[in-house]
Design a protein around this ligand. Structure first.
Ligand code: MRU
Length: 361
């Protein structure tokens, strides 16, 4: 997507300088900084500290991490070690393990002479695939938006989204935002309600993206969505996912479940934009089987922002002696979901329908 009229992906490889570059999301939305990742430790920290974040982007970053490591040491031992180090960074988004397994399984079949080259080719292929998957999700999603738009006779379609499932969370397009971008580009009027998404305020990333694209939106605190739905101001919800089970339970950013409950109560369609690498076919019941990341309590007891001197600062919002509790994700049961928008089409969230869309899973 474009930033100041220049097209960026959230991660890319510059062949001439042999560098992997990312947009440092710890600095956004205040500053736009591009940094290089080189060592395995650079990649580990980037994922763990959320310089990169969002399930698909975490997967792509891990693939580049393996590729850069193979340039330094292409032994089986180094490959297994890189897998372990990167896999331990964040536990919930399945794209991480999906990408790492794909790299490991493929590279173990490749001679050590070719490994570094092949590893980079694979990382680039994973990135390109992600872009294409998200573009297709957008095409299917825009059909849903345009049907609502027809019913509204051209009035803006009001879409609520939670967290950042935008291009910053993927390699490009985003998952939940891809239908929004494509609707806007086709001239279908949309208005986006952007959930703040405490504690890390990923909503500010979504706002930053929507600003860059010129899409009408308003930023709301996480408690506002239910009221907006009760008063008829939300036509649909679209969120992303960090891991979706074989039966269509969706693990996504903490707070997603509450939005789905409110949507069900108010008969607002609730869609999940789901790239296939985010499906974990090995798990069925999301609540019982998906590990939920617990992050530092300081993300809850402090709020980060840009101060009047244009410095990024944190201030404490809780009294001394009070500590935050910080699970990063929750589970939305498939019964609350209207549809899963995948790159192969839209389906009801159930095992049969998902398997029909991905017969060779
Ligand atoms: O903790 P984060 O910021 O990595 O969580 C991101 C989300 O929960 C996104 O909604 C999800 O990964 C979908 S991204 C296309």
């Amino acid at each position: 997507m474009k930033v100041n009229n220049k097209h960026y992906r959230s991660i890319w490889y510059e062949k001439d300088s042999n560098t992997v570059k990312i947009i440092d999301q710890r600095e956004l939305p205040y500053a736009f900084k591009v940094i290089d990742l080189d060592s395995l430790e650079d990649f580990r920290i980037a994922i763990k500290d959320m310089a990169v974040r969002g399930a698909p982007l975490i997967g792509a970053t891990a693939a580049f991490g393996i590729a850069k490591q193979m340039q330094k040491d292409c032994t089986d031992e180094a490959l297994y070690n890189a897998w372990e180090v990167l896999n331990a960074t964040r536990p919930t988004a399945i794209n991480l393990r999906w990408a790492l397994n794909r790299c490991k399984d493929y590279l173990l079949q490749v001679s050590t002479t070719d490994r570094a080259k092949k590893a980079m080719e694979l990382a680039l292929a994973i990135s390109d695939e992600d872009v294409e998957i998200n573009r297709k999700i957008g095409e299917f999603g825009v059909d849903i938006i345009s049907k609502i738009s027809l019913k509204k006779k051209g009035d803006p379609v009001n879409i609520l989204t939670h967290c950042n499932a935008g291009w910053l969370a993927t390699v490009d397009w985003g998952t939940a935002t891809s239908p929004m971008y494509q609707a806007y580009d086709k001239g279908i009027p949309v208005k986006i309600w952007v959930d703040e998404t405490r504690p890390r305020n990923q909503g500010a990333l979504t706002s930053w993206e929507l600003n860059s694209h010129g899409i009408d939106h308003e930023y709301i605190v996480d408690n506002t969505g239910g009221f907006l739905m009760q008063t008829g101001r939300v036509d649909m919800v679209i969120v992303g996912t960090d891991r979706t089970t074989a039966k269509g339970d969706v693990c996504n950013k903490i707070g997603t479940y509450l939005k789905a409950l409110a949507a069900k109560d108010n008969e607002v369609p609730f869609y999940v934009a789901l790239p296939s690498p985010t499906i974990d076919w090995t798990v069925y019941d999301g609540l019982k089987e998906i590990p939920i990341e617990k992050r530092n309590e300081e993300e809850v007891s402090y709020i980060k922002g840009n101060d009047k001197n244009n410095q990024i600062n944190s201030v404490k919002v809780t009294p001394e002696g009070t500590f935050g509790f910080n699970p990063a994700f929750d589970i939305t049961p498939s019964s609350l979901i209207t549809g899963l928008i995948t790159e192969n089409g839209v389906c009801n969230p159930n095992i049969q329908k998902l398997e029909d869309l991905f017969p060779s899973k």
